[in-house]
Design a protein around this ligand. Structure first.
Ligand SMILES: [Zn+2]
Length: 86
């Protein structure tokens, strides 16, 4: 008879702060609505520096002074972590 041995472990989900983890990314999108209630949708690049993403919003606003509404998306890496016996 062959036996299988199982070991139950506790897993947790935590922000990935390892050196090789993807960097947190900040992105701004213009959500200003036009006359037909369509969103502008112009979007910055994904920036590691939140100030750089905010700078894009200022640039977009200078080019389109009536576009004053933005949304920020922050993408933070998380990782499943084996945390010991259950
Ligand atoms: Zn816009």
């Amino acid at each position: 008879m062959t036996g299988r041995r199982f070991r139950f472990v506790q897993w947790t989900l935590r922000p990935d702060t390892e050196a090789d983890a993807p960097r947190t990314a900040h992105r701004f999108r213009c959500v200003t609505l036009d006359d037909r209630d369509d969103e502008c949708g112009a979007c910055s690049a994904a920036c590691a520096d939140p100030g750089e993403a905010q700078g894009w919003a200022f640039g977009h606003w200078r080019a389109h002074p009536d576009h004053t509404d933005f949304a920020e998306t922050v993408e933070r890496p998380w990782v499943m972590w084996m945390d010991g016996p259950a």
